[in-house]
Design a protein around this ligand. Structure first.
Ligand SMILES: Cc1ncc(COP(=O)(O)O)c(C=O)c1O
Length: 407
């Protein structure tokens, strides 16, 4: 990203996110091109920044909403209810009532199906809903496993006759999401194949024509050195072929893919100012503005890695992806006098506010900037910004015409 733009913003803010429209559009356009015949939903929870939302929705994505508020964002953008899928466990009565008529509710439990029926009856409407299925297959093969998400596939077949008889709901779709942040194309292709087969079986067994099947998310981002991005062109070819075969059998079927991270992650950076620098027992600390309480993921990674110094930490999406999931870059006001090994920390009164240990960087001074990459998704949204009542980082959007827009 343009250094001058970053310096200009650093005059006003000690820490800020900068999301770049150009990159976001490139990513979402690539998906649209690579998966012909499929439709996309933006997983708003990854980054609900209004400019980011507008940009992705403007590319023709519908919404994968995880709350009533996210349903409203999509509604405000003029997206029709058939392209807003509201999928989350534990929806309250208020959530269900609020979303009826505005979105396609994806029931996450058998009990929720009944609650949607009751709410729709009260409102005097017939709700077209989907079921989130906990399938009888695992993402990495084998049988299905117990989960807090979705309704076990077998349970659906036990209850479907009853649900078909309910007067105020119609089950028109299935949704499966098992796993995020996958880089193995073959795994993703196999998963897509399995979900489409599940929808095929459902329609044959129940005699119901579905309006949609949502394959969920899964396409990952190459965060760490040595990781290769998903070849979306090759994956798209395979999935689009299966989708086309499916549509030949079920012409009314729409096939959706969801994505949050892929759309925005790599097109966001986090910029933080050096506030102070000190040496203690021979170790040099660079103190930055708003790290754990501005962009939590690097500090979170340190916490995970602190528990397992061997680095064998399982991914805990969306909080921790892997070791070295961010690059650190620097912008110095004056030509730095060589490099040095430092520990990057934040300005919170907790030792947990640690960004990176013993990293070799150009010599930094107060007022210089540290830039962290991969900050476009699951970044601002998951960060405890109220901690210590510091001024939170700004969230800025670099439009394609060069304007920098603040919320
Ligand atoms: C149901 C569902 N859909 C979509 C996503 C978005 O995943 P990603 O941002 O990795 O694309 C998630 C992430 O947790 C999810 O739980």
């Amino acid at each position: 990203m343009d250094r001058q733009i970053i310096w200009e913003q650093a005059r006003n803010y000690d820490s800020f996110y900068l999301y770049e429209e150009k990159g976001i559009r490139e990513h979402v356009r690539r998906l649209k091109k690579d998966f012909p015949g499929l439709e996309f939903l933006y997983s708003v929870k990854a980054n609900p920044n209004p400019y980011v939302r507008r940009c992705v929705f403007g590319e023709g994505f519908g919404a994968d909403a995880a709350s009533l508020a996210e349903v409203r964002y999509a509604q405000e953008a003029g997206i029709s209810p058939d392209r807003i899928q509201y999928s989350a466990p534990g929806k309250s009565g208020r959530d269900i009532e609020g979303a009826l008529g505005a979105a396609t509710l994806i029931a996450d439990s058998a009990e929720e199906v009944e609650r949607i029926q009751e709410a729709a009856k009260k409102k005097g409407l017939v709700a077209e809903i989907g079921l989130r299925v906990n399938p009888d297959f695992g993402f990495y093969g084998g049988r299905g496993v117990s989960s807090k998400f979705g309704i076990d596939e077998a349970q659906i077949y036990e209850r479907i006759e009853r649900w078909k008889g309910l007067s105020n709901i119609r089950i028109v779709g299935l949704h499966v999401h098992l796993h995020s942040q996958e880089l193995d194309r073959d795994r993703l292709a196999e998963y897509h194949r399995n979900v489409l087969a599940l929808a095929d079986t459902f329609q044959k067994k129940t005699g119901e024509d579905l309006a949609f099947v949502n394959l969920g998310s899964g396409i990952g981002v190459a965060y760490c050195p040595g990781e290769d991005p998903v070849d979306t062109e090759a994956l798209g070819r395979e999935t689009a072929k299966l989708a086309a075969q499916m549509k030949e059998r079920w012409p009314k079927l729409r096939i959706f893919l969801e994505t949050g991270r892929y759309a925005a992650c790599e097109s966001g950076i986090y910029v933080t100012k050096v506030l102070d620098k000190k040496v203690s027992y021979g170790k040099t600390y660079v103190i930055l503005s708003n790290t754990l309480n501005g962009f939590m993921r690097p500090s979170m990674a340190q916490m995970f890695l602190g528990c397992r110094p061997d680095g064998e930490v399982p991914a805990n999406e969306p909080f921790f992806t892997g070791k070295d999931a961010f690059a650190f870059r620097t912008l110095c006001r004056e030509e730095p006098d060589g490099t040095e090994t430092v520990t990057l920390v934040g300005n919170l009164c907790t030792a947990a506010d640690l960004v990176e240990k013993d990293i070799c960087l150009p010599k930094l001074a107060p007022g210089d900037l540290v830039i962290m990459t991969n900050a476009g998704s699951y970044a601002a949204v998951i960060t405890p910004m109220q901690f210590a009542s510091q001024v939170p980082p700004a969230q800025l959007f670099l439009a394609e015409d060069g304007r920098v827009l603040a919320e």
